[in-house]
Each structure stands twice: as C-alpha cells, then as structure tokens.
Design a protein around this ligand. Structure first.
Ligand code: GLC
Length: 755
C-alpha cells in the first residue's frame, strides 16, 4: 500500500481526491456535467489511462502480449492508467481488480470489464451464422438477452459483439461469427443483437454494453485469408460493408471495435475517414471505439507507423479511442500531446466518451454493481435460458435435401445406426467463440436421441482431430487413421437407416481458421462414401461453422440436415428436428458453393456486361464449373411444401412514399410449417450498376397444411434507394423488378415504374 512521507502532500492529496471523489459520486441531474466535472479533475495521464485496455490475467484471445506483464499492469491499475480490462470473469475476480483501482488510484474511476460474449456466456446459443439462419429477429434478440444476463452476473459489463462483418467467402473462418453475405439481413440481425445485449436501459443490472465489430471491411479479407488486405470498392463499402454498422448505431450501440485489415491501404485503426468522418461525424456516433487486439501496434507491421509512439499518435488522431493490448497510448500519448502531435481535445473527447459509457452502465454510481456473486448461482444455465437457446437452435437448422421422405426418421425403427465422432462431441456444438464457458456442456446428438427415447447403435467411424484442441492452437486433423472404418461399415450393413454426423470440429472455424479446401475435413468424406456403398439409406447430419462443399453428398445422399454448431442445446434441437417434432424452417444466410474456385460467391452480384448463358464462350462464366452455388442464399426446405402465387404491386410512391407488394402463400403439404417469405428488389437502371437482386424484406409465416394467406411487404424509401460513390443515399426513379419467394432464386416477378 502507499505510504505518504509528507503530511502536506497527504493533505493536498486528500483534498484533491475528495473533490475528485465528489466528482465521481455526485448524483447530478445531467450526466454530462458529472463526467465533465470528473474530466476537469483528471490529469493528462489519468485521461490517457482511460484510453488503455489490458488483457486480464486469464485467457488471452490474441497473440500473448510481449511488452506488458502482470506486475506492470498492476502498477498501472493502481495509478489510474487503465480504463478497461478484458478476459477477466467471475464476480469475485472482477471485484478484486475493481477494488484495486477504486481504492488505490487517485480518482478511483472504475474499470469497464469486456469479454467476447459472442453467442452466450455459459448457456450458449447457436453460433451467430446459425442464429441468422433462423431469420427470427425476436429469437435472436432473446438469445442475446440471455447472454447479457449471464455475462452481467459474472461481472462483465461489455461484450465485443455483435460482429456485423458481411462476408462472401466461406474460406474465412470468422463467417461463423457474423450473419452471412447480405447487408439487409445483417443489419436486422445486428440491431436485434444490440437490443438484446443493451436492453432499454444500460444501467439495468442485467444489460451490458454492446460493440459493433470489426469496423470495417474485415469480412472482405482477400482469398478468405484472415487478417489479409481487403480490396473494397466505394459502392461495396457504402452499400454492403457499412449498412450493418449504421444499423447498430441506429439501434443505440455504445461502442465500436475497429479492425485488423486495411481498406484503401489504411489499417482501420489508423483510418480517419472511417472513424472520424463517417462514424463519429456523419453518423453522429457518441460512444467510443476500441482497437482490436494489438491492431494499433500492428500498424508497424502494416508499415504505416515506425514505432509505438507513432502508433499512439496516428490511432488517436484517426479517432481510435481505446488501445487494446498495444501498450502504445499508456506509454507514449503523454509525450505526443506535450509535443503537440496529438491535440488535447482528442484526449478529452476520448476520455469523455469512455467515461460516458461507464456512467450509462451505472459504474460511476456503483463500481461493484455487477459483482454480486449470488446472481451467478441463480442465473447461470437457468432453465429459461436453456429453453431460449433450444428454441433458436431448432429454428437455425436448415434442411438442405430430403428425398423419398428420408426425414423425419421413424421414432420406432429398430435398426438405426449413428456414425461419426461429432455425434458424441459435447464441445464442438459450443463453437469457437466461447470465452468463459464450460467445456463439455453441449447436449450431444447421442444424448439428444437418448432424451427422445430413440434406439440406435453408435460407431465413431473415424477420429476428426488428433490430440488436444484449444482456442489459440492449430488443430491437427486425422488424415491417416482408418482403424475404425470397418466397425462402422459393418454396423451400416446391418442397419435400416444411418445417421452420419459429420463436419467441422468447433475450433475449425473462427479467428485464425481460414481454410483453402472446403470439403468434409479429414477422412469423413471417405467414411461417408464407404458407408453409403453398403447402405445408401443415409441422412447426413452436418455440423459446421461455415458453408462447405457438399457436391458428392448432394448427388448421392437422400437427406442433408445442416445443424451448424448449435450451442448448449444442440443435441436436443437436432433430435427434435430429426424425429419431426419441429418442422425445419431455417434458411441459409450464406450460400454453399459448388467449389472453392467460385469464391467469393454471393447472390446480390452485379450483372456484368456479359451475363449468360450464351452460345459462344464470350460471357462471364467458368468452363469447368457452374456460376450458381450448390445451395443459394435464403434457401432451406421444410417437411411440408409452400407455393407462391398472385403477386401484385401498388405503387403509391411520391404520395406516401410506399410501394406495396403482396403475394398469396400456401402450405401445399401435409404438415404445419413455417416459411420465410423473402422479397428481392432490382433497380434495373441507375447511376451505378446495381445488383441483379437484393433482399429488401422478409416475413416468417406459419401455415397449417392446406392453409393460404396473403403476405404483404412495404417498400419505403429506406428500401428503394442506394448509396452513390460519394456516400449519399439516393432514390432514382425508373424501372424496378420485385421478386418474392422462398430463396434468392425466387422467380415470381413483377415490374413497376418508380415515378
Ligand atoms: C480478437 C478478435 C476480436 C475480439 C478481441 C478481444 O483478436 O479479433 O473480435 O473481440 O480480439 O478478444
């Protein structure tokens, strides 16, 4: 503890700290004035301290820091040089660190504790890409609500989510973390997740600050290789990359995270255009921006900063407010300000933004409000949470193929085989991003079948990975050990039906997990073909964090059920769909390619000057592959069938600025089912080339067998326009086509002239 040798100094210290404590604890009508008062009492270094975030003393979610260590970090905590800590969880651990700062630093400004609560904390929802496949915004919001309740019970008051990076390239491992290839769906999902995390009042005990990431363009990493350069045109930046981030701002998000990649050769942490001109300027964002892990220091690798002082100067001048694990702000910003390289107004602005979020969270009133240990016991794995994640898990499952009614399976069949190591796996369904969760807490497929009372015989068939797996380690995939094949093949021979649970291990997608080949990993494809050869009555139950190349399965296997990585209730959700208790309703938020050579592939592409097909070779195509994906965006089957007819358009634009589209949707099958009716729009002639179609509306419609309903969509100016290359939103009159159907291949079309 501190020992004051000089009484005068002590008196001065107590006077200063008492007035600053007053600034901290003053309950004032106007929040801003408390923050402003606090700022007035802060030294330059203490303001810079708010702009510094350290990894805690637990799991690292990035490259282990080279510069800092626990002793130095504790010193900085004690002298008010840390504004936030990440990766510390648990009410007790958080309280201990908070006490250090509140009791020992001069002003006692509490820390904000961040964590990657990406799709749940202890009770895990499906990975975000799977959640997006539900298209159910209420269920998505509810899953984020559950995540916020559990995280806040463990001292966390800030999550680094939602990730709203649009991506068109399944080679990129982080597609699992987003909402897929479409900006409209990505925007709706992002806003729903912000509302789930932040609720209606950030100071509520069970709400946490959300963080839109990674700003911007990270999902366009060239060749799908993580951290790679992103080459993005202005029309794509404005119409695809930025809208989901803007939707998060409109939903009231209070933090952003910038990204590792460059756009136009500028690393996002150094990008003034993105951070100051667009986000804080044009969009009026009042929260703060945290860098990604070490992305500040990585400017040196990018070649835009010569040393860490340069990093601190460039990042701060560009609008990056808080430095995650680069040790740049804390060590070099004071000198930078004193020499005039960084204006004091930027330091004041960053510190104010950060203090404001702490104020809104209620941390300035009560630094320990999130440290009530009894809430952990009451809330973690609460039955209501399990019910919520089970609900969205069922809704996230996408039926890709179902011939000869292979599905649903009979509940009473006596000779059901289940083959595949993922069938028993209680970790993979939890996905890659599960910081702070507990291992082996997913309901496996086998357990789900057991809970459903289904009799089966199991054979592992083949190991998928070799040795221990960990979030930060490369996985070793089994490419040689076929010793379990024979047992699986013998089982298949004597079985009536075979469920093959194959796909990706949980850590095969996520950060740092780009793949250049997208088939079933390891020996699984070989095993699938060997089993199919002796018993073709196979159902492929796919587990994956991304779209895979499934051509062989699509050509041969009667049924394919895409179950992604569905979180804690995975096995129960899969079993409910397998036996028909839940009629699958999921639709792909990202298309499945026929081959890696097609990537990046997406439905809302431009027409090009040479669309096809044409008799001669001179059109935009491959000589050895189709242009279309194997399964398109928005695609998903049901155990029943749906039909669309009688599309009509009423164009009252210019009076009430609306275009109303209606269609009659019918359930033409024998079972009740839910359809995601989708509306796509094409602006046929505009000042820039516009996509051949874009999602501009969707409705979840549940119909009984034989039931029909008129479904209406309203197109407002928010849907009819686009951003031109100056970033201005424009609506240009002229001919439009509207398509309605059950996927991006919808062919029911109606044209109208926007006057
Ligand atoms: C990681 C990720 C980012 C995450 C951060 C903190 O490198 O890029 O999404 O929020 O570091 O864990």
């Amino acid at each position: 503890m501190y020992k004051f040798s000089n009484i005068l100094f002590l008196i001065a210290f107590l006077q200063l700290s008492s007035c600053s404590q007053k600034a901290l604890t003053d309950k004032v009508n106007n929040k801003d004035s408390r923050v402003d008062k606090l700022l007035e009492s802060m030294t330059l270094n203490e303001k810079i301290g708010q702009m510094n975030q350290y990894n805690g003393f637990y799991d690292a979610t990035g490259p282990a820091p080279t510069g800092g260590d626990a002793k130095m970090k504790y010193e900085h905590l004690r002298n008010g040089m840390v504004g936030s800590v990440l990766n510390v969880t648990g009410a007790d651990a958080v309280r201990k660190l908070q006490e250090t700062v509140v009791n020992e630093s001069r002003l006692g400004i509490p820390l904000i504790f961040g964590l990657d609560v990406i799709h749940g904390h202890k009770t895990l929802a499906p990975i975000p890409l799977a959640e997006a496949a539900s298209w159910d915004l209420e269920a998505i919001e509810k899953a984020s609500r559950v995540a916020a309740i559990e995280a806040s019970a463990r001292g966390i008051n800030w999550t680094f989510a939602p990730m709203v990076d649009i991506s068109r390239d399944a080679r990129w491992g982080r597609v699992m973390e987003g909402a897929g290839e479409d900006a409209y769906l990505g925007s709706k999902v992002g806003a729903a997740r912000v509302k789930g995390f932040q609720g209606n009042n950030l100071s509520d005990i069970n709400t946490i600050a959300a963080c839109a990431k990674h700003f911007a363009g990270y999902g366009f990493a060239e060749s799908g290789k993580d951290y790679n350069t992103a080459e993005i045109s202005m029309t794509t930046l404005y119409n695809v990359v930025l809208p989901p981030f803007k939707a998060c701002v409109d939903a009231g998000i209070c933090t952003f995270m910038n990204s590792f990649n460059t756009v136009n050769g500028i690393p996002s942490t150094a990008d003034k255009f993105l951070q100051r001109d667009v986000l804080k300027g044009k969009w009026g964002f009042e929260g703060f921006i945290v860098s990604d892990w070490g992305s500040g220091a990585e400017m040196i690798e990018h070649g835009v900063a010569k040393d860490k002082k340069d990093v601190a100067i460039i990042a701060t001048n560009a609008g990056s407010d808080m430095d995650m694990e680069s040790y740049a702000n804390v060590n070099f910003l004071q000198a930078a300000v004193e020499e005039g390289s960084v204006p004091m107004k930027y330091i004041d602005d960053s510190a104010r933004r950060i203090l404001k979020v702490k104020e809104d969270l209620g941390l300035l009133d009560d630094p320990y409000k999130y440290c009530n240990g009894t809430r952990e016991k009451e809330l973690l794995y609460h039955p209501d949470h399990r019910a919520a994640v089970l609900d969205i898990a069922k809704k996230s499952i996408v039926l890709l193929k179902n011939e000869n009614n292979a599905l649903p399976i009979s509940k009473t069949q006596k000779r059901l085989a289940v083959i595949g190591t993922l069938a028993q796996d209680k970790n993979s369904p939890l996905g890659n991003w599960r910081m702070g969760s507990d291992d082996d807490t997913a309901v496996s497929v086998l357990e789900g079948l057991d809970n459903m009372g289904i009799e089966y015989t199991y054979a592992e068939g083949t190991k998928l990975s070799i040795g221990e797996n960990a979030f930060i380690r490369e996985m070793k995939i089994n490419e040689t050990d076929r010793s379990q094949f024979d047992e699986a093949i013998e089982l298949a021979k004597k079985s009536e039906q075979v469920l093959m649970v194959l796909g990706e291990y949980g850590y095969q997608s996520g950060e740092g997990r780009s793949r250049a080949k997208l088939g079933l990993p390891g020996l699984q494809q070989e095993l699938l073909e060997a089993v199919y050869e002796v018993n073709p009555n196979v159902v492929l139950v796919l587990m994956t964090g991304r779209p895979l190349v499934l051509n062989w399965a699509d050509e041969n296997v009667p049924a394919i059920l895409n179950t992604w990585h569905l979180g804690t209730e995975s096995g129960n959700a899969i079993a409910e769909v397998l036996v028909g208790n839940y009629n699958p309703s999921g639709k792909l938020p990202m298309c499945f390619p026929r081959s890696v050579g097609q990537l990046p592939i997406y439905y809302n592409h431009l027409n090009t000057g040479r669309p096809g097909p044409k008799d001669l070779v001179f059109w935009s195509h491959y000589t050895d592959e189709k242009n279309s994906p194997l399964y398109p965006f928005g695609y998903g089957l049901s155990y029943t069938s749906f039909d669309y007819k009688d599309i009509s358009v009423s164009n009252t634009y210019g009076t009430d600025d609306n275009v109303k589209v209606s269609v009659t949707l019918s359930n033409t099958g024998k079972l009740k089912g839910k359809e995601v009716a989708q509306l796509y729009l094409r602006d046929r002639v505009a000042s820039v080339s516009r996509p051949v179609r874009e999602l501009k509306g969707f409705k979840l419609v549940e119909l009984n067998a034989g039931e029909s309903r008129v479904v209406e969509f309203i197109l407002t100016k928010d849907e009819l326009g686009f951003y031109n290359n100056n970033g201005d939103y424009v609506i240009e009159k002229g001919d439009f086509d509207v398509y309605v159907g059950g996927s991006s291949n919808a062919n029911m079309r109606k044209s109208f002239d926007l006057k």
